[in-house]
Structure formats: C-alpha cells, structure tokens
Design a protein around this ligand. Structure first.
Ligand code: SF4
Length: 207
C-alpha cells in the first residue's frame, strides 16, 4: 500500500503541478467567505460574485455595517443565498466580537464559527495559513474511495485514512490535487479512466 500511495502522489504531482484552490482570494478572511459561498456552487460562479463583493466588503466590520438583505442580493447567484448570508453575518459577528476581526488559526476555533465545518476549516488552515491539512470534499471522498485509499464514505474517516497514508508534508497539496483530479478526470458520473494517469494504480479503473 505504501508503495502504491507514493506512486499515486508522484503521478498526481506530475499531472497537476500547481496545487491551488480555484477560488480567488487574497487573505484568510476572503478565503473564508469564498468557501462559505462555494457550498453547492461552482468555484467559477463564486469568483464572479466575490470579484465585486470583496471590493465593498473586505473585513468583517464591512459586512456588519450592512443589512442582511443587501448581502443576500450581492450573493444571490451562488444559491442558498439566505442561509449563506445568515452564516456570513453571524460568522463576521463572532470574528469581530471574539477575534478582533481576524480569522483564527486553529481547527477548534475555526469550526466554532457559524457556517464553518471541518472541511472549510481545513481549507483555511491549509491554504491561508500554510498548515498541513486535508479538507475532504465530495471529490476527495470519491477519488480516495475509488483509489482504495479508504473504505469509508464518511468525510471524517476519509480524512483520518488519508492522514495516515500520506506523508504529513504533502497533506494539503495532495488533497488539493485529489480535488482537481476528481473535478476534471475522475468525475462522479463518467470518470475519464481512459486518460487517467492513475489508471494502472487504480483498483476501480473503468467503474
Ligand atoms: S482510473 Fe478511473 S476511477 Fe480510477 S482514479 Fe482514474 S478516473 Fe478515477
């Protein structure tokens, strides 16, 4: 298994040299807001919205000065806009009241923010704070399962399995590459096994 995981990581590094999230952001707060908005929405659509949004709302205090309906209008096209606006407002309130308007840097503090689950917290840690973290989204879950890196479809268990198998210094980049591999090659409905660099290493090639 160890050898196979090593090869999978090497092939992914070759196929996806740049392991970066596809959401646009310039600091931890923007990544936090963009990630909340990305629930059940494409990164491309979120980027369209945040391009304008972040010009007007750069800090928690800017959101708190506005009324929720104004935010709902601004993020409408990302879907589930009422819930997202509610979460963002509550999240900004807590950031302002308990963290001096800054995004905290620990998993328990991050997951204590409204609208922030373990996946989002790990994205912030891994990408905004350069910690090693494994955010498990639908792509990571599916690709890890197909590759036989986990036997579970529960995100927490998948995360635990990947933490055990992948060298710590490669956690964030490997998770990001699994996302991109899942998004563009190992797709949910029709995986492109014929053009997959992992085909020879995959127990479910041709699923
Ligand atoms: S061979 Fe097919 S199922 Fe396996 S990782 Fe590649 S695309 Fe996914």
């Amino acid at each position: 298994m160890e050898k196979r995981v090593k090869k999978i990581i090497t092939e992914l590094e070759r196929a996806v040299p740049e392991a970066r999230v596809e959401l646009n952001y310039s600091n931890a707060f923007e990544l936090l807001i963009a990630t909340i908005l990305s629930a059940r929405c494409t990164d491309g659509r979120v980027n369209e919205v945040t391009g304008e949004l972040f010009k007007r709302y750069g800090k928690p205090e800017h959101f708190l000065k506005k009324k929720q309906p104004a935010l709902e209008d601004a993020i409408h096209s990302t879907g589930f806009f009422r819930n997202k606006a509610k979460s963002i407002m509550a999240c900004c309130r807590k950031l302002e009241d308990e963290f001096g308007g800054e995004v905290p840097r620990t998993l328990p503090e991050l997951t204590g923010l409204p609208g922030v689950g373990r996946k989002t917290a790990n994205i912030i840690l891994g990408h905004a704070f350069n910690e090693q973290a494994i955010p498990v989204d639908t792509h990571v879950k599916r690709v890890a399962f197909r590759l036989g890196l986990t036997e579970s479809k529960k995100p927490d268990v998948v995360e635990e399995d990947l933490r055990r198998l992948v060298p710590r210094e490669k956690w964030t980049d490997t998770a990001t590459r699994l996302v991109l591999h899942g998004r563009y090659t190992c797709k949910a409905k029709k995986p492109l096994c014929g053009e997959c660099v992992l085909a020879e290493l995959c127990p479910r090639v041709g699923v």
